[in-house]
Ligand binder design. Structure first.
Ligand code: UGA
Length: 443
């Protein structure tokens, strides 16, 4: 089998490399020549555990190719995956210009039957638009070639994307054409999923599934954040409540960790987009609007605690920030709560010293610039700082030497944005520990 994957962003590159790894011939296409040249030289555009190795291995074996020439790549391809970006437009809805431009180019250049499958997260009805765009391009050529469209959304988590792709929980395939379904079935055969974990459905349902999955996960997080805030007021411990409810299999113990709010390139964008889609159909998704509002508020929780402790005016104070990326094991800073936290601390007059194992370059170049100083490690960030704020739960922050931290900080105060520290132990070490929803007595 041969496939083309258009777009070497996060989804496209991981998918292309993993398909190649199970023996499929893959051409990854991107219009960005620099990016393609870098990939040919083994330089990854993103940090993702295991990706570099799998890309290099399959490129060397000759199964994985990189190209800027889409027209050439799709010749002899059984499937063309569209995995280009769908940036949010000003009104919050996903901008489809890149997706449809690819569809048009495929229609202009295809020479045989091909399945065009969307992997990018696209609003419901995009499948239809892709179909119409390809058909229009074929009509323009006076061609009667046949093709099929499919929707094959991705459920990869950043930081675990390679593993998620190679060992998926389930594969969703929206396809309404028998020949195309057979091809997609063959393509996913190497992943050894039992039959019921490949779920075939119509295209709009597959598109809806992607949004619904992310919206549901975002809902779990905002719900728990809301409950955690109440726990604090009534003197309950959100960690215990989490464990208590998580043992009910109907609820599940995942994605119910309170924190500083969800970020990343998916949840914030997808929640906004589905609310917007609903509005276009005259429907109000009230739960998801609340999910979004709670999340915006939650990004301020930690700084509110800082102000409660030190006072509203933080002039002249210095804060150590542990972690910048929106979650561990990624350098992704998109919609990271750290950005809001940094701005708020600075607005109150404080200065910020940060350390993140991977994301500092990205933060400096694109999101935070010189607003903060960047440190060599977690301890370096604590030198002469008034307190430490844990924002991202990277493994290396889990068991620091509190003795060393205590000597470096001006005040032994920890604002734990992810509830990863043992309060009792910290108290014994002379620290004041603030968490998220950990009871009135303990702040
Ligand atoms: C998310 C989904 O988990 C993937 O299944 C999906 O494929 C992907 O979006 C996508 O649409 O491409 P991702 O954005 O990589 O993946 O990150 P998650 O691991 O889901 O975390 C999202 C945010 O929720 C993070 O900011 C994390 O800190 C936060 N979170 C997560 C919590 O605050 N509490 C939790 O209990 C879990």
């Amino acid at each position: 089998m041969k496939i083309t994957v258009v777009g070497t962003g996060y989804v496209g590159l991981v998918s292309g490399a993993c398909f190649a790894d199970v023996g499929i011939e893959v051409v990854c296409v991107d219009i960005d020549k620099k990016k393609i040249d870098k990939l040919k030289n083994g330089i990854m555009p993103i940090f993702e555990p295991g990706l570099e190795e799998i890309v290099k291995r399959n490129y060397a074996s000759g199964r994985l190719h990189f190209s800027t020439n889409l027209a050439e790549a799709i010749q002899d391809s059984d499937v063309a995956f569209i995995a280009v970006g769908t940036p949010p437009g000003e009104d919050g809805s996903a901008d489809l210009k890149y997706v449809l431009a690819v569809a048009e180019e495929i229609g202009q250049n295809m020479s045989d039957y091909i399945v065009v499958a969307t992997k990018s997260t696209v609003p419901v009805t995009t499948g239809k638009k892709v179909q119409q765009t390809i058909q229009a391009a074929l009509d323009n050529r006076g061609s009667d070639l046949e093709f099929a469209v499919a929707s094959n959304p991705e459920f990869l988590k950043e930081g675990a994307a390679v593993e998620d792709f190679l060992k998926p929980d389930r594969i969703i395939i929206g396809v309404e054409d028998e020949r195309a379904q057979k091809i997609m079935k063959r393509l996913y055969k190497p992943f050894q999923l039992s039959g019921d974990r490949i779920i075939y459905m119509d295209i709009p349902s597959a598109e809806m599934t992607k949004y619904t999955a992310n919206a549901m996960l975002a809902t779990k997080i905002s719900f728990m954040n809301d409950i955690a805030n109440l726990c604090e007021l009534v003197g309950a411990d959100a960690n215990m409540v989490r464990k208590g409810i998580g043992s009910d299999p109907r609820i599940g113990n995942k994605f119910i960790y309170p924190g500083v709010g969800y970020g990343g390139s998916c949840f914030p964008k997808d929640v906004k987009a589905i609310v917007k889609t609903a509005k276009q159909y005259g429907y109000d998704l009230r739960v998801l609007q609340a999910v979004e509002a709670v999340n915006e508020d939650q990004k301020h929780t930690l700084v509110n605690k800082v102000k409660k402790h030190f006072g509203e005016d933080l002039s002249g104070m210095v804060f150590a920030l542990w972690g910048l990326s929106f979650k561990p094991n990624t350098d992704d800073m998109r919609e990271a709560p750290a950005i809001v936290i940094i701005d708020e601390l600075r607005a109150a007059g404080a200065t910020v010293k940060a350390y993140d194992p991977i994301a500092m370059e990205e933060a400096k170049e694109v999101y935070v610039g010189d607003k903060i100083s960047y440190c060599n490690d977690a301890y370096d960030a604590c030198v002469d700082a008034d307190a430490v704020l844990l924002i991202t739960e990277w493994s290396e922050f889990r068991l620091p030497s509190w003795k060393a931290v205590g000597k470096l900080l001006k005040n032994k105060v920890v604002f734990d944005g992810r509830n990863i520290y043992d309060r009792k132990y910290l108290n014994e070490m002379g620290f004041i520990h603030y968490g998220i929803g950990l009871g009135a007595e303990n702040h």
